[in-house]
Design a protein around this ligand. Sequence first.
Ligand code: COA
Length: 261
Amino acid sequence: MQFPSFENVLLTAENGILTITINRPSKLNALNLKTMQEIEAAVAFLKNTPELKGAILTGAGEKAFVAGADIAEFAGLTPPKATEMAHRGHDILFSIERSAKPIIAAVNGFALGGGCELAMSCHFRVAADNAKFGQPEVNLGLIPGYGGTQRLTQLVGKGRANELMMTADMIGAEEALRIGLVNHVVPLANLQAKCQEILQKIFTKAPVAIAYVIESVNAAVDTNNGYSTEAEKFGQCFATEDVKEGTTAFLEKRKANFQGK
Ligand code: COA
């Protein structure tokens, strides 16, 4: 099979399964814009390749699935540019959520911020026992901008979503299982095998019916207002002094001192 060649995303295929591996381990697989474009292209490749029947999305290395959007790229973002970035991120993650072929997130370590959002855009999630989930954007003076306010609320309910996003707390795999954020927790060494086993079972079913399940489940949620509000508010964060303080503090490896301005 001839794969497109990418800088930050690796593709492999076996038995009808495309494995999409986010591969920037030195930055804990943080999602810069290039990586986001490559994820979009990988999903298009899945769609356009008849031999491929489904995909596993994972991160390179044992430490992280994806540790978030690339904070270094937030420097100098204006509110309109940030809103545009959120809309673009929404569209890329919609392409995963709306894929007619099943896509499972195999979460192997940190899934924070954009990483948790990426995992939540997949049809469901299997976690390794070392997985850690969180939406820590408020530590940076921000809110989630890749659909986290919407999908976390859908998956775990308003109360838990509010607490996770307001406290920026990280939760482990067992807690993620308990609240419905992931479907299974397995030892890291069994993560790929577990996802492959589930996909092979799905592949024995009627593909058109599987595609219609995906479409119908997605139709349970109205995607108009919430995502637009998130993109607009994400943009407005970039009009604050707090976002400069929060992102600079992260890159300087110190605690942020927010003024509420
Ligand atoms: N964006 C950009 N770079 C990131 C990143 C992100 N979201 N997450 C990690 N990195 C980089 C670090 O800056 C560091 O780079 P350096 O070696 O060039 O300094 C490298 O990845 C390793 O991360 P480090 O923080 O040293 O690892 P750690 O084990 O001490 O901590 C985390 C791991 C996940 C707790 C920590 O990296 C973290 O808090 N990341 C940001 C999470 C976040 O806020 N995500 C939401 C973004 S919207």
